[in-house]
Design a binder for this molecule. Structure first.
Ligand code: NAD
Length: 497
């Protein structure tokens, strides 16, 4: 079979930018739209519904009605499982279309949209589907005079607000547990990558999810996003995005109905390489691969690479030699490994940080420039700075682009101190052949996940989330059910005979 001609397929694609509310595609209440251009070459992809208060009201009302009449929550877990398994199967069946939409919408290479984003989305939905009829509730160890049942109940209407870097996966991490537990959902995708969200909701309907259970309202953060997070009839917000917006989510909750807020926020993850680690080349290549994957637009990118001074020169040499393998290219070509940044604003932000790195005295080892400008898209070379101090702006702030900062350290105590000297605490890694050191450092690093002699190896079975200003929630694993369920106690008195 011939490989798909992605440019031809992209040219033929006519994405539908309308919202999906109560089981049907709808224009925004006032008919407002915004133009969604592709970052790969600037082409117009779709006129997208610009959701506002009225659209969010309609979506929340539909979600509430669906929840209250129990058309979904009232189904036995095994029945919900079947529908969600079909949903996952249909996502896989639509793999090419969804991958192409994701690539055009946010600029990632088509090979990764096909191999990572679509399968991970389907697997997430399938995993929560499979889990939901295997979870038991509890009976408390009370005295004989009572029977106390502790049951999990769905919270009700869950608002989901997600970013643009992994649009489908981030949505699926919230949708999987929320839908499996019986909630209704209103999803607000990023205005920078709205298109796959509506298709996911259509596919869910097609799989048998009742109308009103999964609604999608595209639009801007300060309009649709704010309306959703402020809504008095939304019971919980699952948010993934920047720390700045996460702060707002807490404000919205306090200004409205004190809805539960779960924040999955930014990162500045430390990748710590000791001189007792023998496979230096593997460590350096892993750092480059993880840093440049998804154009560096990953919350858990290892953007602070801490290397022992004795091996730092060699480490930087290997990373610099790797960089040309990550040359930006057309995301629609199957061989491309580094695509376009999401938009011109992100391009300006990344170039601004590169300038700041130079200005603060870091040594630019390679990269640093915008390339492929003629394409009409937004491409930046993989960039490596050496001699970075942890106080510099490029080490403190999240860049969200293909920019690695190498920070040298002298000993273990200094490495731990530098790694922990950050407002963020999403992920970290320690590279050492010394068993006790690996465990010792892993314990001391303040992060939601610490990798040992690896990075970004991941599975739906383990929680994902951060400490400090990286957030408070945990996506993935069975723990994600905690965010979308309430514990209900039913106390039954048992009279003596
Ligand atoms: P962002 O905070 O700008 O936007 C995220 C979402 O919030 C979008 O849907 C946006 O429209 C919405 N939003 C923006 N302003 C809003 C407002 N005032 N009210 C309500 N909603 C609003 O973030 P981004 O640029 O889309 O995404 C990048 C960020 O996401 C990075 O910081 C990255 O680290 C983080 N991220 C975290 C994780 C994680 O699991 N911890 C995963 C992926 C991305």
């Amino acid at each position: 079979m011939n490989a798909p001609d992605w440019p031809a397929r992209a040219a033929a694609l006519r994405p539908d930018g309308r919202a999906l509310i109560d089981g049907e595609r709808r224009r925004s209440a006032g008919g407002a739209v915004f133009a969604k251009h592709s970052p790969i070459d600037g082409r117009l992809l779709a006129e997208v519904a610009r959701g506002g208060v009225a659209d969010i009201d309609a979506a929340v009302a539909a979600a509430r009605a669906a929840f209250e009449d129990r058309r979904w929550a009232g189904k036995p877990p095994a029945a919900r499982k079947k529908v969600l398994q079909r949903f996952a199967d249909k996502i896989l069946a639509a793999r090419d279309e969804l991958a192409l939409l994701e690539t055009l919408d946010m600029g990632k290479p088509i090979q990764y949209a096909l191999a990572v984003d679509v399968p991970a989305t389907a697997r997430t939905i399938a995993w929560y589907a499979e889990a939901v009829d295997k979870i038991y509730d509890e009976i408390a160890p009370t005295a004989d005079t009572a029977l106390a049942l502790i049951a999990r109940e769905p919270v009700g209407v869950v608002g989901v607000i997600v970013p643009w870097n992994y649009p489908m996966i981030m949505a699926a991490w919230k949708l999987g547990p929320a839908l499996a537990a019986g909630n209704s959902v209103v999803l607000k995708p990023s205005e920078k990558s709205p298109l796959t969200a509506m298709r996911l909701a259509e596919i869910a309907l097609d799989a048998g999810l009742p109308p009103g259970v999964f609604n999608v309202v595209p639009g801007y953060g300060h309009e649709a996003g704010e309306a959703l997070a402020l809504h008095m009839d939304v019971d919980a917000i699952g948010f993934t995005g920047s720390t700045r917006t996460g702060r707002r989510m807490l404000e919205y909750a306090s200004r409205s109905n004190l809805k539960r807020v779960f924040n999955e926020l930014g990162g500045k993850s430390a990748f710590v390489v000791f001189d007792d680690f023998a496979e230096l080349e593997r460590a350096a290549k892993t750092a480059a691969g993880s840093m440049f994957f998804n154009q560096g637009e990953s919350c858990n990118a290892p953007s602070r690479v801490l290397v022992h001074e004795a091996i730092a020169d060699r480490f930087v040499e290997i990373v610099a030699a790797e960089a040309p393998n990550y040359a930006p290219a057309d995301p629609l070509q199957p061989s491309t490994v580094l695509g376009a940044l999401v938009d011109d604003a992100q391009l300006a932000t990344v170039l601004g940080y590169i300038e700041a790195g130079r200005g603060d005295g870091a040594r630019l080892v390679c990269g640093g420039r915008r390339v492929r400008e003629d394409s009409g898209g937004f491409y930046v070379e993989p960039t490596v700075f050496d001699g970075v101090a942890n106080e510099m702006k490029i080490a403190r702030e999240e860049i969200f682009g293909p920019v690695m900062s190498v920070i040298r350290f002298r000993d273990e105590a200094e490495a731990v101190a530098i790694a922990n000297a950050s407002n963020y605490g999403l992920q970290a890694s320690v590279w050492s052949d010394h068993l006790s050191r690996a465990h010792r450092v892993a314990r001391r690093l303040r992060a939601g996940t610490v990798h040992v002699n690896s990075y970004d190896e991941d599975d739906i079975t383990v929680p994902f989330g951060g400490v400090k200003q990286s957030g408070n929630g945990r996506d993935k694993s069975l723990h994600a059910f905690d965010k979308v369920t309430e514990l209900k106690t039913t106390w039954l008195r048992i009279d003596a005979a």
